[in-house]
Each structure stands twice: as C-alpha cells, then as structure tokens.
Design a protein around this ligand. Structure first.
Ligand code: JFZ
Length: 469
C-alpha cells in the first residue's frame, strides 16, 4: 500500500439513498449543448469531420471569434420542457447536462466569467430552466463541468514554469468558485460529472480534485461525483495508485462497454456514456455525423449489456443551435421509449444476475436488492424471484440454451411484450432450451420465474412442527 493523501482513502462502496437511486436509475440522458451547436461542425465554409464541440480547437478559431457566437445564441427553438418530456418518455431517469464545455461558455450567468448566457441576447439562465424542467418531470439532474478551458487565459496544459503554476493556481481558484456557485445556485442537483481532466496540469493537482469533491459534498450532502474528476498524489486517474476507485463511480467507459462476460466490473459502480451519432457529442450538421447513427435496437442492446454488468448508460443528445432537438434523436427516443414502456423491468432497478453466465445470445439482468435487505450491499441471491433474459442475438439454430446456476430452477417463462407463456425444455436440471423468438426488430425480453431446485411450492406441505404466524 502506497500512502496517499489524495487517493480513495478508506472510502467503501457507497450505498446511501442517493447512490442507490442513481444505481437504480440505470438509464440517463446526456445533453451537450453550447455555442458549438451553432456552427455545428462547419467554420467559414470548411466542414470538419470531428466532434462538433471541438470545432474551436480543430478549426483554430480565436477566442474572440468564438466568443462572437454568443450574439447568435438566441434560443429560438429552445423548449426545455420538451427536452425533459422526450427524455422521460425514452425511459431515462436522470439527465447530465453540460454547464461549461471545453470552450468555456457557461450556460448559467456565472459571476466569475463574462462568457456566459448573460452575454447572449436573451440573457436567460438556460441551465436553471433546464434543471427546473427535468425536475418537474421527475428526473434527477447531474451537472457536467469541463475543467479544461480554452477560453480562460490562466488555463495550462502542463506546468513547466513558475508562471504556469501561478496561472493554473488562479485557474483552479476560478473553477472552485464556479463549482461552489453551481452548488449554491442549484442545490437540488444530484451530482457532478467532471470532464477535461486528463492534462498534465490537472494530474499534478490531485490535491485539488480531492478537495473539490469534498467541498461539493459539503454543499450538497450525498452528491454523486464521477471518477473522471480525480487524480491522486502521483497523478493516477480514476483509480488511485493502490487500485482503489476515486469518486463514487467509474466514468471511463466512453463509446465502449466492458466485455459482456467481464463480471469483474460489477465490483464497483460505473457509468458508460454513448453517442447516438458515430462520434460527435455536440450537434454536427453533416452527413458524417449521420452516417454512424445508431438504431434504437443498438441502443437497447447497449443498455441491456450495461445493466447486466452493473453499470449505468448515459445516452447523448446534441440539440441544435436554436435549442431545438434533432428530429432523428427525438424519433430514436420515441422508439427506445416504446420498448422501455414494455420492458423497463429488465433495466430500471435491475443489475447483474449473480451466478448466471453470459449466454452469448443476450444478457441476463435481475432486480436489485431492496434497501432494507441488509446493511451491506449483499450479493442478491437469484435462487428466487425473477431473472430477465434480454435476447439481442437470435442464434441460427433457433434455440436459446440457458445454463442455470446451481440450486436454481425455472418455474415458468413469460414474454414481457405480451405476457404470453413461453414453452421451454429442461434437459438435465441445470440447463434449459428456449425456442428463440422470431426477430421482432427490437430485443425480446423473457421473464424467468425462479424457484430453488427441489422446492416446488405446489408440493410443499405445511410443516406441522412449525407454528404458522
Ligand atoms: C470528452 C470530451 O472531450 C467530449 O467533448 C465529450 O464531452 C465527452 C463526453 O468527453 O471526450 C473524451 C473523454 C475521454 C475519452 C475520450 C473522449 N476517453 O477516455 O477515451
């Protein structure tokens, strides 16, 4: 064990009500919105096939030219209530919204910057309106904050000179002021999602990452903070130099997921973030952005894989420059939502099905243990209750083989889509064969009703020696 002042410390896996709620939510909406949505990937007639929120950097736009975009941020199509309703209807239970991305533009009227919504024609507190709209729909809100800042003159990538160090200290003071300001203005948020923390300057400031996490949790008890914020004394990120997770959940999975059989990730909380587009988070108005657009079935498949491995999925939306949602994203949200209307039992308040091995044709999920089950987050025993099988790949054989954990038996199988009983064959007490469903275009979910092997309730006689109470 290396002695660390700014590592994970003695932190155990959180299991308080806020953390349980976050874990049970499983599906969140990411929103990337800022000035970059106006040029949407094209600067002075040149389209750059790269993330739209990087345009200032990739097109070498000066601070001054970029700041001039604020005059065009007119909110003509901005309807946060519609955003929130779209997210809710999709089955998302929380939203993570960019307050300030790498370009430094703030969606709230920060007292510490003149590059904010206060300098736009409407002057409205866009962030406050977004938070209010989502909370009115019952969704929790997390605030994304980029530490990397292309606008602030004191930002440094690396700390090579005393001047760099002095400038970056000033920058971190500014960031602290802004984060405290966010926590004080919007105390009803559930968490903070840090980004832009990979540069040498931040890695040399593990102390700040540790302190800001503490400061935010002092202001908002139970606040949930992602691991991407954190560096330790030696510059290790996400996990400290002793291998312990920093922050409350791992946020390293970006546009990728752990392997479906890698149950080691169930040891800690994690969240993956995904784009609907190939690779742009901010709205990018070009064929490039559209060409890799995922289908609703692909999103649902990622969601099922995520839940089966004990993670959350944050699905990104990039509204257009006027604030309106991209029609293709609204349509996708509607289709995912139609699936969730019927099948959300396999997602919300669900997690890994312990003892059930990855079957290859899909994913198993099981209900999370209720809060009062025990003081510690015990491994749920899946010899009783239900396991959901999300069928994402139909074998050419037309058969779904199921290997049961020892001591578990399947009493019946029901399709969530129509409640119909699904016939199955028991081979040797440990394995089943289910006829594969016809391809429905979207993953099919079967609820496997379980019992302990040899414990058929129909055959169970009351024990005369036990008083029935
Ligand atoms: C970052 C941002 O640069 C990007 O604009 C977006 O906000 C996204 C959610 O986060 O991009 C990253 C961060 C980390 C990795 C890749 C892109 N990574 O760990 O592979």
């Amino acid at each position: 064990m290396i002695a660390l002042r700014y590592g994970a410390g003695s932190q155990v896996r959180r299991d308080d009500p806020a953390m349980r709620a976050f874990r049970a939510d499983r599906f969140g909406q990411f929103v990337h919105w800022g000035l970059y949505a106006l040029p949407a990937g094209t600067w002075k007639g040149r389209t750059i096939d790269f993330a739209a929120e990087f345009l200032m950097h990739s097109a070498h736009v000066s601070r001054k030219d970029w700041a001039a975009l604020a005059a065009e941020f007119t909110l003509e199509g901005f309807d946060p209530v519609e955003w929130a309703r779209t997210a809710k209807a999709m089955g998302a239970r929380y939203v993570t919204v960019t307050t300030k991305h790498h370009d430094g533009f703030c969606l709230w009227p920060s007292a510490y910057s003149d590059f904010t919504v206060a300098a736009t024609p409407s002057g409205r507190d866009v962030l406050g309106e977004i938070i209010e709209a989502y909370q009115a729909e019952g969704l929790a809100v997390h605030l994304y904050y980029s530490v990397l800042d292309w606008h602030h003159p004191d930002w440094r990538y690396a700390l090579e000179t005393d001047d760099d160090r002095a400038a970056f200290d000033r920058y971190l003071e500014f960031a602290t002021d802004q984060l405290v300001e966010l926590a004080e203005r919007y105390p009803q948020v559930r968490g903070f999602w840090f980004d832009g923390t990979w540069d040498a300057s931040v890695k040399a400031n593990g102390r700040w990452t540790c302190e800001i996490e503490r400061i935010l949790k002092e202001r908002i008890p139970g606040a949930i903070v992602n691991s991407r914020l954190r560096a330790d004394d030696l510059g290790a990120r996400h996990f400290d130099s002793n291998g312990a997770l920093m922050g409350d959940y791992e946020s390293g999975y970006e546009r990728r997921l752990p392997a479906p059989w890698d149950l080691s990730v169930t040891a800690h909380d994690w969240e993956a973030c995904a784009t609907i587009t190939q690779a742009t988070w901010g709205f990018h108005d070009s064929a490039w952005a559209d060409s890799g657009r995922k289908s609703p079935a692909q999103i649902v498949e990622q969601l099922a894989q995520t839940v089966s491995l004990g993670g959350n999925l944050l699905l990104n939306f990039g509204p257009r420059g006027d604030g309106s949602l991209v029609p293709a994203e609204v349509e996708l949200a509607r289709e995912v939502g139609a699936w969730m209307d019927v099948n959300s039992a396999a997602v919300h308040a669900s997690g890994p099905a312990n003892g059930w091995e990855y079957p290859g044709w899909g994913f198993y999920t099981a209900p999370l243990e209720p809060a009062d089950a025990s003081d510690t987050p015990a491994e749920p025993a899946h010899g009783a209750g239900v396991v959901h099988a999300v069928v994402t790949r139909i074998p050419v054989s037309g058969v779904l083989p199921v290997e049961l954990p020892p001591g578990v038996e399947v009493r019946s199988i029901r399709a969530l889509a129509d409640g119909a009983d699904v016939p199955f064959t028991v081979l040797d007490g440990r394995s089943l064969r289910i006829p594969a469903p016809a391809s429905a275009g979207m993953p099919v979910v079967f609820a496997l009703e379980l019992g302990a092997a040899g414990d058929d309730p129909a055959l169970r006689e009351p024990n005369p020696d036990v008083a029935l109470v």
